[in-house]
Design a protein around this ligand. Sequence first.
Ligand code: ATP
Ligand code: MG
Length: 213
Amino acid sequence: MTHNQTQANHGAEGVADVTRRRIGLFGGTFDPPHLGHLVVADQVRSELGLDECWFVVANDPWQKSGWRTVTPAAQRLELVEAALSGADGLRSCDVELEEEGPSYTIDTLTTLQDRFPDVDWLIVIGQDAASRLDTWERADRLRSVGEFIVVNRPGAPSAMPPGWRLQRVDVPPLDISSTDLRTRFGAGRSVRFLVPDPVIDLVDRWGIYRPGS
Ligand code: ATP
Ligand code: MG
């Protein structure tokens, strides 16, 4: 259950006036989740007054899985749950793990719109991902139905593709990436304060990101 349920107020005529909820959909590989992700989700939620922000864990990140080993989705989901424990208004979402194979944002959005008709979904993405939106699956359809929140990211291109509904939210710039963190884990260097402690504990317990793992 969510912490902020839809309110149904019945007026004098007994007609339900349903207040819609606004939820951020923050998709990613989260391999591993880090402070950059948490700050983005929290800032967007608070700046836009969203009810919640959901971390949608990609099952098979199709733009990545061809060229590097991606940690199994179930483990990445567990890492996200560990990262979000106690984080008010931030939740994990496993909808993309229900089906085998690649997951596409256009399908995820459609599924969630069908399941939660009282919710307006806002797709949250970093500037690096936003600059590549035209390459996404069924981009024409996604362009016509998706509403996007774009956050700044150090080193990412500033030019955005035309024709998309993009709203910019400025967040404190944090030059943190999962790629760099995997390298740091692999080299035995410290990642403390870059990755939540419960995530570090799981990574250490599972021995992932180590050379040869
Ligand atoms: P990788 O290096 O493996 O690609 P990542 O750090 O980019 O990992 P992803 O899971 O690919 O993390 O990103 C999920 C979403 O979070 C994307 O929209 C990405 O742009 C955004 N994002 C990740 N890190 C940051 C950051 N430090 N600042 C702003 N946005 C970020
Ligand atoms: Mg990335």
